[in-house]
Write a protein that binds this ligand. Structure first.
Ligand SMILES: [Zn+2]
Length: 341
């Protein structure tokens, strides 16, 4: 097990300093060492039109800022969350003045409060939350901002995914039984050929913790996850890290073994890497490079257009199984992915 750096027994709460340090160190490692992930950290003129300023660690208030007159376009995080039955605190014409003046953190739903803690601990000052950064009583504003969602998530330094929370009151952190997590040592004596010491673990670690979690059934999340370069998944029993170069968990901090990842991803995450490869490969190629099978793009690597089409097909199937509260959201929620094609 040495190669996985299995950490031993985890803390009893997923919000413990040890658990959060796992994500903070992955974030730091990704930004400093991952070549693939670093390619997206290029200067880009896009910045969300509104953002939540989370201030410093012990500040009591957070406030809404409009960024058109902003001179500090520092890195920002996004929150990906289930709204649930109860509507979370939202930006409206009525709440706007209060949000601009500064709102006590304690008045916000638990998921928002926890996301503010994670953002501050990551030494990032700004956080984008859909319900607080898009007017919920203005259809035009919603249409405009929703059409920018691809850039909002695509340009975020990291996405905080409230993976296990069914609504905005459940938060990011959960109690757990650490004795039930991680590999078990088994001494086998069944046959002469199957004998010795084995390490055993569930092969559905990622599927159970991320793909089948409450957040993954939400249709918008299909787009949010695909567009984000880095995601911190706050699962019910452990925390997971996902970026272009690494999928890891607290039990497997240096990267989940291949057997612990689904051989085909239920959310079509292969599509994510395919789109990324295309972007990288088309960066210096003429716009018609993908037109024919003889094009330099198709010939440049092993990926064939049918593979990309297959990934897109897998994504559409999983997307169509997601919940969508408003029927009219369906095309808007998928257009960011379609644009990436
Ligand atoms: Zn990375």
């Amino acid at each position: 097990m040495e190669k996985y750096n299995y950490p031993g027994l985890l803390a009893r709460n997923t919000g413990s300093p040890g658990a959060l340090n796992f994500l903070l160190s992955k974030y730091k490692e990704c930004r400093q060492e991952h070549v693939q992930c670093g390619l997206r950290d290029l200067p880009n003129p896009f910045y969300p039109s509104r953002i939540i300023d989370v201030g410093e660690m012990d500040d009591e208030n957070v406030c809404l800022r409009t960024t058109d007159t902003f001179d500090d376009e520092g890195p920002y995080f996004c929150l990906s969350h289930c709204w649930g039955e109860m509507q979370p605190y939202v930006l409206t014409k009525e709440t706007e003045p209060m949000l601009r003046r500064g709102l006590p953190v304690g008045t916000l739903p638990k998921t928002f409060r926890d996301a503010i803690v994670v953002t501050r601990k990551s030494q990032v000052r700004y956080l984008w939350i859909d319900s607080l950064c898009i007017f919920q009583d203005d259809v035009d504003d919603w249409s405009t901002e929703a059409s920018h969602m691809r850039d909002v998530y695509g340009q975020a330094a990291c996405t905080i995914a409230a993976t296990a929370a069914k609504n905005s009151d459940e938060g990011l952190f959960f109690e757990r039984t650490p004795e039930l997590l991680g590999p078990r040592e088994i001494r086998a004596t069944w046959t002469p050929t199957v004998a010795g010491l084995f390490w055993c673990d569930r092969e559905t670690i990622w599927t159970d913790g991320v793909e089948r979690a409450p957040l993954s059934s939400r249709a918008w999340v299909a787009q949010e996850r695909h567009l984000s370069s880095r995601t911190m998944h706050f699962g019910a029993t452990q925390l997971f890290w996902e970026c272009h170069q690494c999928k890891a968990s607290e039990c497997y901090p240096t990267g989940l073994p291949n057997w612990a990842l689904p051989f085909w991803s239920e959310d079509g995450s292969t599509l994510k890497s395919d789109i990324r490869h295309i972007r990288q490969r088309t960066a210096n190629l003429p716009s018609n490079s993908f037109d024919t099978k003889d094009s330099p793009l198709v010939q440049s690597e092993a990926m064939h257009p049918t593979e990309l089409y297959h990934s897109w097909g897998v994504f559409r199937i999983s997307y169509s199984m997601c919940d969508m509260t408003k029927e009219e959201d369906k095309l808007v929620a998928i257009q960011g992915i379609a644009k990436g094609m």
